[in-house]
Each structure stands twice: as structure tokens, then as C-alpha cells.
Write a protein that binds this ligand. Structure first.
Ligand code: NI
Length: 157
């Protein structure tokens, strides 16, 4: 496993549409492992492949319940709404208010190449929407309500 370089807002790769993954090969598994390591190192809740410079439809998420890996994710159903703070590893030190669905159903391929359907609420629903947007070149700052604000950095012991 290796930590990959994050891409930041202003990098044109973050505005491109990612390509579908046809098959989960060993190289794709290596990318997934690196994405997880990079996300945890940066204390992120989610990471999409274009954020490490790879235009493939892969996202990793961990909202505190263990790692979720989604290949070719597709949001197939949404309901309700939630309004809250959102940030992104590609926009470091900033956060802003974003309204998202409160409940999301997502269809995706797992690392084993099988298709799954998962229902997420609240933070998980927000993370799924945020990360899937990255695969279509969209950033939360496009839909932020009001101004971005600085996030407080907590010192680690
Ligand atoms: Ni992001």
C-alpha cells in the first residue's frame, strides 16, 4: 500500500468525468488499497479516484463504521433532505453548508466484482452523494449555500 498525492481544487482533473471500471483487476485492488490508506492518513470520510489523479469510477468511504469500497457506484434512489456542513480533502481547511438527500440507495460493484445495493442515511448518504459527484467532475463548492468557512484544526496528542 502507498499514500498517493491528493489533487486540489484548481486541478483540471477534478473537473473531468471518470470512466467505468470493466473488471476489478489486481491493479484496481492496489489502487483501492492506496485510496483507503490515503483517506485514513488525511482523516477523510471519503475519497474518489480522481482526487488521486485517476479517472476511474471508484470511491472509498468510512463514516466510522468501517471501510466501504464502491466501484461504478450509481445512486438509484434518494429521499428526504439534510442541510449541514461539508468538506472535501481537495479543498483543505474549508467547509460549507450543503443540502443533500437524507436517504440514498446506491448500486455498486464490490471489490469481488459482484453487484450490491446499499441504503445509507444522514452522514453516509451525504458521503455517497459527495463522492459520486467527484466521478462526474463536480465539487461541493459548486452547490455550497453561502460562503465557505475555515475549519478548526485540532491538535493531535
Ligand atoms: Ni470531496
Amino acid at each position: 500500500m502507498a499514500i498517493r498525492n491528493l489533487r486540489y481544487e484548481g486541478d483540471p482533473i477534478l473537473r473531468k468525468t471518470s470512466k467505468e471500471v470493466k473488471e476489478v483487476t489486481p491493479k484496481i485492488r492496489e489502487l483501492i488499497d492506496d485510496m483507503l490508506e490515503t483517506m485514513y492518513e488525511a482523516n477523510g470520510v471519503g475519497l474518489a479516484a480522481p482526487q488521486v489523479g485517476v479517472l476511474k469510477r471508484i470511491v472509498v468511504i468510512d463514516v466510522g463504521e468501517g471501510p466501504l469500497v464502491m466501484v461504478n457506484p450509481q445512486v438509484v434512489k434518494t429521499s428526504g433532505s439534510q442541510t449541514g456542513d461539508e468538506g472535501c480533502l481537495s479543498v483543505p481547511g474549508k467547509a460549507g453548508t450543503v443540502t443533500r438527500p437524507n436517504d440514498v440507495t446506491v448500486r455498486f460493484m464490490g471489490e469481488d466484482g459482484e453487484w450490491y445495493e446499499l441504503e445509507g442515511q444522514e452522514l453516509l448518504a451525504r458521503a455517497i452523494c459527495h463522492e459520486c459527484d467527484h466521478l462526474d467532475g463536480k465539487l461541493y463548492i459548486d452547490i455550497v449555500e453561502g460562503e465557505l468557512h475555515d475549519t478548526v484544526v485540532e491538535e493531535e496528542d
